[in-house]
Design a protein around this ligand. Sequence first.
Ligand code: CUA
Length: 314
Amino acid sequence: MFATLFQPASPQALAISQMMLIVLALSVLIFLIVSGGVSWACFRFREKNSTPRTRIRSGNLKLEITWTVLPLLTLIVMFFFVVKTMHAVDPPSGERDADIIITGHQWWWEVRYPKAQVLTANEIHLSAGIRYLVRLESADVIHDFWIPALARKIDAVPDHANYLYLEANQVGIYEGVCAEFCGTQHAGMRLRVEVQTPDDFKKWVASQSKAPHSPQSPLALEGEKIFQQKTCLNCHSLNSMGATEAIGPDLTFVATRKTLGSGVLKNSPENLAKWLANPQKFKPGVLMPNFQLSEKEIAALVAYLEALPGGSTP
Ligand code: CUA
């Protein structure tokens, strides 16, 4: 993750990376001058039998002005670079028409595309080369949104929206994390950014906008019943049922996502079954309780959830 600071993959990350390198170079230069000067003085004025004691001076106006003005100039130069970087990275205060709304939850990320009417979780899809305005919110405590290769680190604060630009030069996968301690599963709040070609991105949006399948197989139909009986809908929304609660992620297209539990498990029907059997085993402290489901119930729920997206399973 740290290395990605040196592999900026967006104009915003490049601006941050450049500023970091300039400030780092400046700091190294100052360090060398100061430590070099001290070393030289230690050596040059070391005690020798022949040298008389140095006369102590009580003040030197020229020197005092020099060591006041030099740091001031250094700070002015740094200030200039910081303001330049902020211009490159932060949206102007008037720009508020967000393309993506990201909400931090304990302990997962809700990702909403208001214009495309897409709702997903823990993964952000972007079209390469396009600059997105992101509105960042929190549903509970302070989280911190950070995708080092793409954008600045910025807090997700309850009742206060923050804005940032998200953009990627190239197709690829970029990792992100929550960077503010937010409770037991702070470390289990991973984010995955999938940057796609414009065509692939359009396809993804279309796939996430489709009306979900109605379950056909007896097993999936059984799963639908269990889903309602076990009050899954109290926390998870499902487009097909018109529910809108957002304590846990929307599950309409859960089968199309790459991870489960915000990055703790690779998403597959087998892992979904394991997760349902005991979410606490994979993510201790997660707000999803262990429902003590039987193996049969789990198989039915998996069949149901896997059948929902415009997917292949009937
Ligand atoms: Cu959310 Cu740390």
